[in-house]
Structures are given as C-alpha cells and as structure tokens.
Design a binder for this molecule. Sequence first.
Ligand code: FES
Length: 135
Amino acid sequence: MSDIRGHLTTIGLAAGAIHSEMFGALPAINPGVVDTGVRTPPHLPAGEPGPGPSITFARSGLTVNWSPAYGSILELAEACDVPTRFSCRSGVCHVCVTGVVAGATRYVHAPLEEPDVGEVLICSAAPESDVVLDL
Ligand code: FES
C-alpha cells in the first residue's frame, strides 16, 4: 500500500485524496531490537498454557491463555511473536496503546496517564477477563 501511495503521489495525485485501510498488524516499533529481516508468524508461547483468561490478538489471529508468569500483555505478545509497538515499557509514552475490542484489562503498573476509553497500554496491563485486542 505504501508503494502504491508513493507512485500515486509521484504521478501527481494529492496525498490527501488517497485513502487506504490496513487490516493486518501495524508495523512493529521495537527500539533497541535488531531487525534480522526474518519474521516469525504469531504462534502460541512455549510451555504449558496459562491458567488465566484468554487473550485474542485479533489482527494476528491468535488466542492465548494468560499466565501470571508474564509481567504484562506486552510480554505475552512478544512471547508469541505478535508484532508489538513499545518504547518506555512503563506506562509513560503511549506507543503501546492498543484498542480493546472486547473484555476488560487492569493495570499492573499504574500508567502516568490512562489512554482513551476502549484503549489499553499493554506494557502495563494484564487481562481482567477474556479480552480481544486490536493487535
Ligand atoms: S510502551 Fe510506553 S506506555 Fe507502553
């Protein structure tokens, strides 16, 4: 899509007249992580399934049970190779903000400022119930 957008603007179409919608996962933002160019598709984490509520990463097509062995939903997503976006990992920057499609989460570390209703900072949250995330 970005290539097509580039070609269209190159031939003179106004950028504001080009509309697109992406249905896959957003590109990852993982500062400090070296990109090897090899992408592993999302998968269940290693080991036994957790005893907690289910977390569905909707864009990745993966449902996983929560385990308290993970410090946050972000850590679980990383264990599953679900594309993630983060920076501070402490509830400050909001880079990890993710839409909550269904279910409820709770903060294990209080964020500096809560995101909008219907969003969660996955670096600082755990599921309160079965949850479906736009991730
Ligand atoms: S990574 Fe900064 S708020 Fe989650």
